[in-house]
Design a protein around this ligand. Structure first.
Ligand code: S3P
Length: 440
């Protein structure tokens, strides 16, 4: 179903950021493993997270929705997870499926896993290979694609592992397998990735070891067979979802957008750093803490932007924000160059191809490279007028709709349904700011 975003003069208003997707998955998983009942507020009720909750329930945890964003999770504790009776369907979610593979690896159970067309085309060997080294068995074959079944073991062996790619999902899967393995498991990260697993596991009472090497590489260690204890927590706001609203505020000629309660974590802040380098005027005010994370209220108004070479050190901390960064780049003066971002090829879509097509069909000059893309900024409103192929990718859909709010002509997308995976309130929030986005 085609939806269209029409140019508007002004976007203004205050929005409370939706719960962070990464933290919401982890809250349900760790709560489901812990002894006792955890209570969460502000949990993201996107399809990806709901499916993780269902998977934990099928494995023995009690997962109950007690109000909007409010969830109670009764953990299995020392009893451990048990084989599910149903197939675990992770829908579109790389995070849910990969973290759960690590979790299930450490228990004596067999589970069948599947996902949608997008997830079934994404590489799982990056997680399966280290888990196989630890002693997990699976039916995935060489290709390492869903669907397959896996058999975990309570006698899993600890490993020392250096992931070939910067990936918080891979790091997390190994640490979660390590939580139930025999011995101490260590992950060596060459470049830091989001650290929510480490922070939240400690919130649930686990002990982790950290060692930083002189070049910036870091070792994270976890001793096996540690108990987790229930936790009550408010889920911090999602900086990746907030980025769409902030970008809309920056591009709107009379923009004045405030997003409240956004998690401020250096492993997630690359988009905001890049936007600042491009000349955006972003304001931030401290708003306390949630679940061990700093919170800020973020403010954005209109700014003329200039193109930049995105520093490669920012790539991991803005890995989900390149589609919306590309939209900012399209309005900027001069060239914006993204390099060192080949991980974008294995996201919900090949995001390099999807971004290039999204901009081209709206009259923006853009070149694809092996590990990124180069945007020729329009120095003002982009022509627009295109129909964007979203390729089942929520972040491409939201980015294109943001672009339409400030383009010369409307921008359409071929589907909006998958936005529910990460940000079900997106269309409502954009409407509240004054955007004109409708079917047809
Ligand atoms: C996530 C890690 C990132 C990110 C994803 C969420 C997580 O994936 O793109 O949206 O919660 O651990 P990779 O680990 O594949 O980079």
């Amino acid at each position: 179903m085609v939806w269209t975003s029409r140019p508007v003069r002004r976007l203004n208003g205050t929005i409370r950021a939706p719960g962070d997707k990464s933290c919401s998955h982890r809250a349900l998983i760790f709560g489901g493993l812990a002894s006792g009942t955890s209570r969460f507020t502000g949990l993201l009720e996107g399809d990806d997270v709901i499916r993780t909750g269902r998977a934990m329930a099928a494995l023995g945890a009690g997962v109950v929705n007690t109000g909007p964003g409010a969830w109670e999770v009764r953990g299995v504790g020392p009893k451990g997870l048990t084989s599910p009776k149903e197939v675990l369907d992770f829908g579109n979610s790389g995070t849910g499926s990969r973290l759960m593979m690590g979790v299930m690896a450490g228990f004596d159970l067999t589970a069948e896993l599947c996902g949608d067309a997008s997830l079934s085309s994404r590489p799982m060997n990056r997680v399966l290979n280290p888990l196989r080294q630890m002693g997990m068995r699976d039916t995935a074959g060489q290709e390492g694609r869903l669907p397959f079944s896996l058999t975990g073991s309570s006698a899993l062996k600890a490993i020392y592992y250096k992931p070939p790619q910067a990936s918080a999902q891979v790091k997390s899967a190994i640490l979660l397998a390590g939580l139930n393995a025999v011995g101490t498991t260590t992950v060596l990260e060459a470049k830091p990735t989001r650290d929510h697993t480490e922070r939240m596991l400690q919130g649930f009472g686990a002990k982790l070891g950290f060692r930083t090497e002189p070049g910036g590489a870091a070792e994270i260690s976890i001793a096996g067979k540690q108990p987790l204890f229930a936790l009550d927590a408010a889920i911090p706001g999602d900086p990746s979802s907030a980025a769409f609203l902030i970008a809309a505020g920056i591009l709107s000629p009379q923009g004045d957008v405030m997003v409240e309660g956004v998690m401020s974590n250096p492993t997630r802040s690359g988009f905001y750093d890049a936007a600042n380098l491009m000349g955006a005027h972003l304001g931030a005010e401290e708003r306390g803490e949630a679940a061990g994370e700093r919170l800020i209220d973020l403010h954005a108004g209109y700014a003329g932007l200039k193109g930049i070479a995105v520093p490669e050190r920012l790539v991991a901390s803005m890995i989900d924000e390149f589609p919306v960064l590309a939209v900012l780049a399209a309005f900027a003066t001069g060239e914006t160059r993204v390099t060192g971002a080949d991980e974008l090829r294995v996201k919900e879509s090949d995001r390099i191809k999807a971004i290039v097509a999204m901009l081209r069909v709206n009259g923006v000059g853009v070149e694809e490279t092996a590990d990124g893309f180069t945007v020729e900024g329009c120095g003002g409103p982009v022509p627009g007028g295109g129909l964007v192929e979203t390729r089942h990718d929520h972040r491409i859909a939201m980015s294109a709709l943001v672009m339409g709010t400030a383009a010369q002509r409307p921008v359409s997308v071929d589907d909006v349904s998958m936005i529910d995976t990460s940000y079900p309130e997106f269309l409502g929030h954009m409407a509240a700011l004054g955007a004109e986005i409708s079917e047809g």
